[in-house]
Ligand binder design. Structure first.
Ligand code: FES
Ligand code: FES
Length: 193
């Protein structure tokens, strides 16, 4: 098939123009079909907060949220992310730059050392807290009824097990996630009250 012209950008059988909705902003760009979401974010859109570790789905450093669910951006093609809602670490803080409670907890409780894994850990933690609150069981869940207990350290370790930290900051990461989860549970109670 001959290349098509799309407003000055040539696309072919191996490339397409995609629109990625990232942190509430639309970005339209031509990409080779083999481009991963991770490379599109980092190399094409300068969103370098999302980190590349293993580049093969093993370390969780590249975790972002796609339609609110955790995804390793190194295993997702940019073309497959078209029109999905993508949230990266750059989109977690509030509009005035105030840190999200999960970010605050990581700072307060020393949830990082070099910080390389931290963006992925924080994106993952956000979804973990929501998954647990919604009653989704993990492999560590003893009682799978919706009213099953709090987010215990064991639950946190299991649910965050896809995110590796080469510095070994795990103890503080578990504390930070537990702290943020407890706060969001308190906020939910206040909203209901
Ligand atoms: S860089 Fe994606 S999982 Fe390691
Ligand atoms: S803080 Fe260094 S890799 Fe996790």
């Amino acid at each position: 098939m001959p290349p098509a012209d799309t407003g000055g950008t040539t696309v072919s059988a191996t490339s397409s123009v995609v629109t990625l909705n990232i942190n509430g902003e639309k970005h339209t760009l031509p990409v080779d079909h083999r481009t991963t979401l991770l490379d599109a974010l980092r190399e094409r859109l300068d969103l370098t907060g999302t980190k590349k570790g293993c580049d093969q789905g093993q370390c969780g450093a590249c975790t972002v949220l796609v339609d609110g669910r955790r995804a390793v951006a190194c295993l997702q093609l940019a073309v497959a992310a078209e029109d999905r809602e993508i949230t990266t670490i750059e989109g977690i803080a509030g509009p005035d730059g105030e840190l999200h409670p999960v970010q605050e907890a990581f700072v307060e409780l020393d949830g990082y050392q070099c910080g390389y894994c931290t963006p992925g850990q924080i994106c993952s933690a956000l979804a973990v807290i929501e998954e647990h609150a919604a009653g989704w069981p993990s492999a560590a869940t003893g009682d799978v009824r919706p009213e099953a207990g709090p987010l215990t350290p064991e639950e946190i370790r299991e649910r965050m097990s896809g995110n590796l930290c080469r510095c070994g900051a795990y103890v503080s990461i578990v504390q930070a996630v537990a702290h943020a989860a407890a706060h969001s549970a308190d906020d939910a109670k206040e909203t209901v009250a």
